[in-house]
Ligand binder design. Structure first.
Ligand code: FE2
Ligand code: FE2
Length: 206
């Protein structure tokens, strides 16, 4: 496991967010006031909506794999939606991280230099998540291959190899969901208060 993965996994396991020293703006702009804040309109809203979309997709994929594994859904109904959702999640996250790394984080670092260590953590999270994305794609392909082989054999129940692949995919998804969830929460805690704070002085900020 890389240093970046170990660091994100440790934060996820502890359920702890960023250190208090990085959360001064969050104390001024707590979560329960974000939706009512005028400065959220625009990039803050889009940011939260994108994160919600990634959380929802991860939850839907996990639910689909669990239903397949537990025999609550038939293998022949699984392939299309799983392919679509997994592809959408992995490509969407990749594009989202690129925009953050190359566009938003440099602007935010420059706007509030004292928060630079926080953006270094988020940057390292992206590296960790890319490895997790790779693991998830690999597990997803394994599951689709096992289901494809089973379909060719004309078996409409979940055969042993496919059941094992579904179990593996469920475990990889559970880990992925924990890492992604921790990253999204921590990023929001750093970014949204920063956007709200700066929007007071410059409504076009971000
Ligand atoms: Fe991110
Ligand atoms: Fe993000």
């Amino acid at each position: 496991m890389s240093d970046e993965q170990s660091a994100l996994a440790a934060r996820a396991a502890a359920g702890s967010g960023l250190s208090a020293g990085l959360l001064g703006l969050l104390r001024r702009h707590p979560r329960d006031g974000w939706q009512r804040a005028a400065g959220l309109a625009g990039s803050g809203e889009v940011w939260l909506a994108n994160h919600r979309h990634f959380r929802d997709l991860t939850g839907r994929i996990s639910g689909g794999v669990a239903a397949l594994r537990d025999g609550r859904s038939a293998p022949d109904h699984f392939d299309g939606l799983f392919r679509h959702d997994l592809g959408s999640l992995l490509a969407g996250l990749d594009g989202h991280h690129r925009i953050e790394d190359h566009h938003y984080f440099p602007i935010f670092r420059q706007a509030v230099p004292t928060l630079a260590p926080g953006f270094e953590i988020l940057d390292a999270d992206h590296t960790a998540l890319h490895a997790a994305i790779h693991d998830l794609a690999f597990a997803g392909q394994g599951l689709l291959r096992a289901l494809g082989a089973q379909a060719q054999a004309g078996d409409d129940r979940l055969a042993d190899a496919a059941a094992r692949a579904a179990e593996d995919a469920a475990a990889v998804l559970a880990r992925f969901g924990l890492l992604l969830g921790r990253h999204l929460d921590d990023e929001e805690d750093l970014v949204i208060p920063l956007i709200l704070e700066r929007a007071r002085a410059d409504p076009d900020f971000g």
